[in-house]
Design a protein around this ligand. Structure first.
Ligand code: MTE
Length: 343
């Protein structure tokens, strides 16, 4: 299967292309018939979400959350939320509605159907959680996320967030600057890049189990100076509470000057490297997704314009801002070649 299917790209506006969710639902449907039971994902789309569990593949009971925020895992650091808000990051637009943000997600490990990601996260065990830090560092190791939250301390930041698909949101993230974590592991002078790797748990994530044309786990990367930039944020919460699973619980990156796919969710490993790492979407579609992928209205995606963006939950188009409006922090990191295109 994997070698005859061209991996789908990001979904286009419905008016421009057949959404891949149609294809994906069809595949699940066929699979469901083959098994003689409703496939997990098909059930989510066609049944009421009221029930606490339903019959999934091969008769195994699957916990199904009954509300988009019932997906916040039990969190031993709950007392740290809400954190104090930083006054350094202000917004030029209203905050996105919390439920809208929690029901419009890209997290292909579960499904490509944005509205339904939260419904599929039931089996996913997001706490307790550790992150392994390896490579060109003197003090790497395995770090418990709850310990990091307590030791580093949390703050809230209001950021714009821009997906490459031309939708955007403005949300309050809770977490800490990535450089705080980097400092603790003491990178060597040979560390020039950072690689992030997401979990690989097909038993808990139906999209990993069934979409075998993707090269799981999800992997992303940054240049060291990008990683050390003040804006690069490790989010453990959103809207004053720990992250719901669909937003990448319990720990994800947020890089607000880059397209959203550069911000990996539910990270399990961070590697400090000498060489530039490969990245998930660049490997799948090198002609469409580059390593840097900074938000830029002047460089269209090969299949759609990036000049405007739609704020989710609002019937409102806005002009896309260069670096998503964060040039003051990051513009001097890049030369013209990086900003011109897919590199
Ligand atoms: N991280 C993982 N592990 N898997 C994904 O599919 N999607 C990316 C990014 N991080 C993705 C991911 C994309 S394309 C976007 S736009 C954002 O997550 C969406 O974040 P949100 O759902 O919290 O809004």
């Amino acid at each position: 299967m994997a070698n005859i299917i061209v991996p789908p790209g990001w979904r286009l506006p419905e008016s421009l292309a057949t959404p891949e969710s149609v294809y994906w639902n069809r595949r699940r449907f066929i699979k469901g018939i083959g098994l003689g039971v409703a496939a997990v994902g098909l059930g989510a789309c066609s049944q009421s979400s009221e029930g606490a569990s339903s019959e999934g593949e091969e008769g195994v009971a699957v916990e199904r959350p009954d509300h988009p925020l019932a997906t916040i895992p039990d969190t031993p650091t709950r007392d740290l939320y809400p954190a104090d808000a930083s006054d350094r990051f202000t917004l030029d637009r209203p905050l996105t509605d919390r439920i809208v943000a929690a029901t419009h997600n890209n997290f292909y490990e579960f499904t490509t159907d944005k509205d339904a990601v939260w419904e599929h996260t039931g089996p996913f065990q997001a706490r307790p959680w550790t992150v392994e830090i390896t490579g060109e560092v003197d003090r790497g190791g395995v770090f418990d996320v709850a310990d990091l939250e307590r030791q580093i301390g949390l703050e809230e930041r209001l950021y714009r967030f821009r997906c490459v698909e031309a939708w955007a949101m403005a949300v309050p993230w809770t977490g800490f600057a990535f450089h705080e974590l980097v400092r603790r592991v003491e990178p060597r002078s040979t560390a020039r890049y950072v690689r992030f790797i997401t979990f690989d748990r097909p038993d808990e994530a139906v999209g990993q189990r069934e979409q075998d044309w993707y090269e799981w786990p999800y992997y992303e990367g940054l240049r060291m100076d990008e990683a050390m930039n003040e804006l690069a944020f490790v989010a453990t919460g959103i809207y004053g509470e720990p992250l719901p699973k669909q937003h990448g619980a319990p720990i994800r990156l947020v890089l607000p000057w880059k397209y959203g796919f550069k911000s990996p969710k539910s990270v399990v490993r961070i590697e400090f490297l000498q060489e530039r790492p490969r990245t998930f979407w660049s490997d799948l579609r090198p002609d469409e997704y580059g390593f840097y992928s900074n938000v830029n209205p002047d460089v269209p995606h090969p299949r759609w314009s990036q000049s405007t963006e739609e704020m989710i939950g609002e019937d409102l188009e806005r002009e896309t801002l260069v670096h998503n409006g964060y040039g003051e922090w990051v513009a001097d990191l890049y030369d013209a070649e990086v900003m011109r295109g897919i590199t």
